[in-house]
Design a protein. Structure first.
Length: 205
């Protein structure tokens, strides 16, 4: 399946994300508070674009089953954004912060693909985020300190619900018509942006 082939091809990038000091700092609880605050604000900005990309796909879904899947994913993205609002209250984060270059590059790419390309290509651009976070949740749950102030982050992405949403998006990647070369390019770009996003947040601390 395309989703599995693309994930396996980019597993080295996923490992780099897992082993990045930002992600390891979440697991251990040693991450600088300012870095996490920065991350929450930037990720909320990203999730707004991610939600809009789902809405583009929902509007152009080729049949009812696919439309239902995109509606579920759109609702899940909204729920994740609400989670970030909770983080913002807890951590004193201003969610209207200007996007950094790393965030802008990622969201501009995602929204451009969503506005100009078919749903199969849009899913290829979005899938790395969902699959990576689902994988990180499982990887970190086994080693994360329950005393970490950021432990809820790990639990959220390791949860059965998030795993199911990631699997739904992978299924759409496998099922929707797409130029495989374009899909592979978009997937690679998304993975690179994910690593850059963690790097940008870590360096802000």
């Amino acid at each position: 399946m395309l989703s599995r082939r693309l994930w396996e091809a980019h597993l080295p990038v996923a490992i780099s994300c897992r082993d990045h000091p930002f992600v390891q700092g979440i697991a251990s609880g040693d991450l600088d508070r300012r870095a996490f605050q920065h991350y929450v604000a930037q990720d909320a900005f990203f999730l707004e674009a991610f939600t809009r990309a789902h809405a583009h796909c929902l509007a152009r879904a080729p049949e009812r089953v696919t439309m239902h899947a995109f509606r579920q994913l759109l609702n899940a993205a909204e729920a994740e954004l609400e989670l970030h609002r909770g983080y913002a209250e807890r951590w004193g984060v201003e969610l209207d912060a200007d996007p950094t270059p790393a965030t802008s590059a990622y969201t501009d790419f995602l929204l451009r693909v969503a506005a100009t390309e078919p749903p199969g290509h849009v899913v290829a651009a979005m899938a790395p985020c969902m699959r990576l976070y689902a994988w990180l949740g499982i990887e970190l749950e086994a080693v994360a300190s329950q005393e970490s102030a950021y432990y809820d982050w790990v639990v959220t992405y390791a949860s059965d619900g998030f795993q199911e949403h990631a699997a739904t998006l992978d299924g759409l990647l496998d099922g929707l018509l797409a130029d495989e070369a374009v899909a592979a390019s978009h997937y690679a770009t998304g993975m690179r942006f994910e690593l850059a996003f963690f790097e940008s947040s870590f360096n802000s601390g």
